[in-house]
Design a protein around this ligand. Sequence first.
Ligand code: 48F
Length: 260
Amino acid sequence: MKLDDITISEAIIKEFSKDFLDYLNVDVAIVGAGPAGIVAGYYLAKAKKKVAILERKLSIGGGMWGGGMMFNKIVVQEKAKFILDEFKINSKEYKKGYYVADSVETISTLCSKATRAGAKFFNLMFVEDIRIQDKKINGLVINWSAVEIARLHVDPLTIGAKFVVDASGHSAEIASIVVKKMGRNLWTKTGDILGEKPMWADRGEADIVKNSKEIYPHLYVSGMAANAVFGAPRMGPIFGGMLLSGRAVAEKIINTDDTD
Ligand code: 48F
């Protein structure tokens, strides 16, 4: 059989467009495909929610690939080890309570399992704005990352979502847009983003799970963004908190959505 270049192009354009149209309205739109966003997407998809994960970069995985300072290993504490096991990610107990895993194996496995559970990744797209109607967030304004990088003046498109998760990492980009456009009305002490605090792994890891929650009607925050919003410490290359945070936020959305 001779291969036809045009058939290859047609297959890509038609199949991508079909997916894109299919995901114009979702149950949950997750901003950021770092470890927290991917894990949230996995559990939501497993619970049969329609999930789109939007990622600005070409690669999925956020800050996990490089482990700590490009030593591509990650540490996961006892409390979160069950998530590594659930995903069947290999790990080794380095010292009592400290498990070490390969960052590349971890990210690729999280990504594969989330995809197979039904979460849909859209990479090379960034979220530039939110949609708010009836006093709650119900969608996102998106554009190609290439448009952002080239600073082209190109209008974006909009997708609808019953719930949005800000899993954008240290910059907490969606929470920042809410403050900028809707004033200091986040569900924090001041209504503003309280700002990430310096390194303290033990505290940061404990705080991140309780900070993973709704911060504005139908907007949830997960991962490092949660600690940035609630003024909690960073924690460096220990990733148990990111995994637990993604799971916690998924559970909260599943429970809320099922009672709607
Ligand atoms: O930064 P990131 O990995 O966030 P995370 O899941 O995990 C944090 C850890 O990697 C590490 C840490 C562990 O102790 O502190 O930093 O909380 O992934 C966030 C992803 O969101 C994307 C960004 O490119 C990254 O891959 N992102 C950020 N803003 C946007 C976005 C946006 N506006 N639109 C689309 N993607």
